[in-house]
Design a protein around this ligand. Structure first.
Ligand code: MG
Length: 379
């Protein structure tokens, strides 16, 4: 079996999300938008796909495509390792783009074997608990503009079946200066609203000082939060060693720091976090995250996955309960998470009334694409 064609394009659609200056998403007016769509085709006609995830369409066509032609998709590790080394001098070859290639290759392997990807990885479970991941705070009336707005929305999420909730709080440019006291007030309001039995986490502004991060962490420990993630620049591993050793709260990370599993090994060695973090999009795909799964397991540590990706669902299906939750979101009072994006017929992560998400069990990754929409909107 050989790869004969690699083609990345964009799908046109109407988006109701806008990004602020720092890149965080908020509800906005409908506008024209594009999302990347990758197809890898084999000589027997089997196709693998990836969509979204901020893939670099140009890099996939110019760098990855020519390297993959003639390769056997089942020699997946060799392809991934080769492309990983090519990232060094192709500065626009991001981990997100490597992830798109990796997902499409796993999709092919699953389809060819007639098995969902999580079973090819070594299946462990067929469903996983989800936490509701609330979007970054804003200044929209009826949105997430006050601690009370978070509390009201958190109550609604519990009514939908969520047993765990994570807040992202306010960050510039929505507010001129990040405010640790306002973060804590939002966390207090949510704890009061949902009671003691719902697990809570916080993902605040990512560039606090050590003292600001410690102030929030200690307050969250009092509120019985499960973890806080990325309150400081992750390039300062020493700051995380300091924070982790000074607060009873569990610190979860690294999330966005580059370096894949090798950098995570350094964080484990330094005792820089209590819980590990990785995700298919920011860490270079399923192939990469599985290496981190085994790494954290070997050190007896939990690893919580970042982001609502189909790749993360398959990894969670192939790992033990050391990865406790699937991150479902981002959720906002004015946005509808349950309606599929126009390029899908159905969403891949519906949640049951007990707060669990089923791991997709169709051959491959289990995307349910609307090819009529895709083919008439490719550009
Ligand atoms: Mg995060």
């Amino acid at each position: 079996m050989k790869i004969v064609k690699v083609e990345a394009k964009n799908i046109r659609y109407q988006s109701v999300m806008v990004r602020d200056g720092e890149g965080h998403s908020h509800p906005g007016k409908p506008h024209d938008a594009k999302v990347g769509f990758l197809t890898i085709t084999c000589d027997d006609g089997t196709e693998g796909h990836a969509v979204g995830g901020n893939m670099m369409v140009d890099v996939l066509n110019r760098v990855v495509g020519p390297a993959l032609i003639g390769e056997d998709p089942f020699m997946h590790e060799r392809i991934w390792q080769r492309m990983r080394t090519w990232q060094r001098l192709h500065s626009d070859f991001t981990d997100r783009t490597l992830c798109a290639m990796d997902l499409a290759l796993w999709d092919i392997c699953g389809k060819k074997c007639g098995q969902p990807v999580y079973k090819l990885l070594g299946g462990y479970r067929d469903k996983v608990p989800a936490y509701g991941s609330i979007m970054v705070g804003d200044d929209i009336k009826g949105g997430l503009d006050t601690p009370e707005a978070y509390a009201d929305f958190a109550k609604k999420l519990v009514g939908m079946g969520y047993k765990a909730i994570k807040l992202h709080t306010w960050m510039p440019p929505i507010i001129p200066e990040p405010d640790p006291k306002m973060d804590v007030r939002a966390c207090q309001a949510v704890r009061e609203a949902v009671g003691p039995d719902i697990e809570l986490m916080l993902d605040p502004y990512h560039d606090y000082t050590r003292q600001q991060a410690l102030y929030i962490a200690d307050a969250l420990a009092e509120l019985d939060f499960l973890w806080m993630e990325e309150p400081m620049d992750e390039h300062s591993m020493s700051s995380y060693v300091w924070l982790t050793s000074n607060t009873p709260l569990q610190i979860c990370g690294p999330e966005t720091m580059e370096g894949k599993n090798r950098m995570r090994a350094e964080w484990i060695k330094a005792d820089a976090a209590d819980i590990g973090r990785a995700g298919t999009e920011v860490t270079g795909g399923i192939t990469s995250v599985i290496k981190s799964v085994h790494l954290y397991e070997s050190f007896g540590m939990s690893l919580e996955l970042h982001g609502n990706t189909i790749g993360n669902l398959h990894v969670l299906g192939a790992m033990g309960i050391d990865g406790k939750y699937y991150e479902r979101g981002l959720l906002h009072p004015m946005l509808d998470y349950e309606t599929p994006k126009p390029w899908f017929k159905t969403i891949y992560d519906p949640m049951d009334s007990d707060g669990n998400v089923k791991i997709p069990d169709q051959p491959g990754l289990g995307w349910d694409f609307d090819f009529d929409y895709i083919n008439s909107n490719l550009c």
